[in-house]
Design a binder for this molecule. Structure first.
Ligand SMILES: [Zn+2]
Length: 366
């Protein structure tokens, strides 16, 4: 199967979802190069008369309008990380099969999930909830480029009427709810520069940073129960910078601190917590992103977890579920494949994992 820039590949949404995954993987879509796959996805969705379809750049939103009591979002990104550079790597384009194992870039992250979205879009002409299917570009790069962020800016009305969202990122079939927030600080000490041969003339800023490190090392991070899940926090020095030469008493030292905080804490509360721990020091916050509550207590989420029969786990990294949470929409990750294989030279997925994900979501929505 091949495609050229002038011709849109046609996708078979009604065949085996594992083979649909392979067809999507064969369209190279490293971040920034999503147009061909977006064209193919858009064409396939526009052929379905029960959906209204909007395209924004290389992002696509397709919606049912059945007047159901609830609306859910099923979302996935179309891009992948770059192809492996090691010769002979199988996590590349095109895909290849070994028995029932599908190898190639995007096998787990996340063309299996996108294939499940597309198969559901075609099969569920009358789902029991209204569904908003979201496909977006630029997930694997800096957050400011995110196609999902752009959709939120340009077309919030297409997203905010949902009561629950599922991102089909790989979770090995588990439900991963919410995510921790993250923030960074610069904690600086100052001293007085002097020649190290006459150190008593100066004041050593690196030595003055020792209590910062001591407090961080002694700190016991909390585990916090939020909406039924336990979130384990982390607070760490992640970088340290100071000193100008081998014979100079340093007059400045900066410790960079990263705090991963439970989604029950607001940015302001998390900020205050760190400032209290590092009281007496010059603490400057350099960035922050709130976490996302798992929201497993909202009815749509509870019925989802029951229908798919999966265990619910907390998510530790920051993910796009937080973008939905910021819109007031509880969100979870649920998708085929092992996240530990994502981005690897050996990326692969079992065909049955993709089929089972489709079956589980069909049980919930049909
Ligand atoms: Zn991903």
């Amino acid at each position: 199967m091949s495609t050229t820039s002038s011709e849109t590949l046609s996708l078979d949404l009604r065949g085996d979802v594992a083979h649909l995954t392979a067809a999507l993987m064969d369209i190279e879509s490293v971040s920034g190069n999503e147009t061909a796959i977006a064209d193919a996805v858009e064409a396939a969705l526009r052929a379905l008369p029960h959906l209204s379809v909007l395209r924004d750049g290389d992002a696509i939103v397709a919606r049912t309008s059945l007047g159901r009591a609830q609306r859910v979002v099923l979302a996935g990104h179309l891009d992948t990380v770059p192809l492996p550079t090691t010769p002979g790597s199988r996590g590349t384009v095109p895909s290849s099969w070994e028995g029932e194992t599908l190898y190639g870039r995007g096998a787990t992250d996340m063309k299996g999930g996108v294939a499940v979205q597309l198969a559901l879009a075609a099969a569920l002409t009358e789902p029991n909830a209204d569904i908003t299917y979201v496909f977006y570009d630029h997930e694997e790069v800096e957050a400011s480029l995110s196609g999902l962020g752009r959709l939120v800016d340009h077309h919030p009305e297409l997203l905010t009427d949902a009561s629950f969202a599922i991102l089909l990122e790989p979770t090995n079939g588990a439900v991963e709810g919410g995510c921790n927030g993250t923030m960074r600080f610069k904690v600086a000490t100052t001293g007085t520069a002097a020649h190290s041969a006459r150190a008593w003339m100066g004041e050593n800023a690196i030595h003055k940073a020792a209590p910062i490190l001591a407090r961080l090392a002694a700190h016991e991070p909390a585990t916090i129960h939020v909406d039924g899940l336990d979130y384990r926090e982390s607070l760490n020095a992640v970088r340290i910078h100071g000193g100008v030469a081998g014979n100079v008493i340093p007059d400045r030292c900066e410790v960079e601190v990263n705090y991963r905080f439970a989604p029950s804490r607001s940015i302001e509360e998390a900020d205050a917590y760190v400032r209290e721990l590092l009281e007496g020091f010059d603490v400057e916050r350099t960035d922050a992103a709130a976490g996302a509550r798992p929201g497993l207590d909202v009815p749509a989420a509870a019925s989802f977890v029951a229908a798919v029969g999966a265990r619910a786990l907390p998510k530790y990294g920051w993910t796009d579920v937080a973008r939905f949470s910021a819109l007031g929409i509880p969100a979870v990750n649920f998708g085929p494949g092992d996240a530990l294989l994502a981005h690897s030279d050996n990326e692969h997925v079992e065909a049955d994992a993709i089929r089972e994900c489709l079956a589980a979501l069909t049980r919930w929505l049909a």
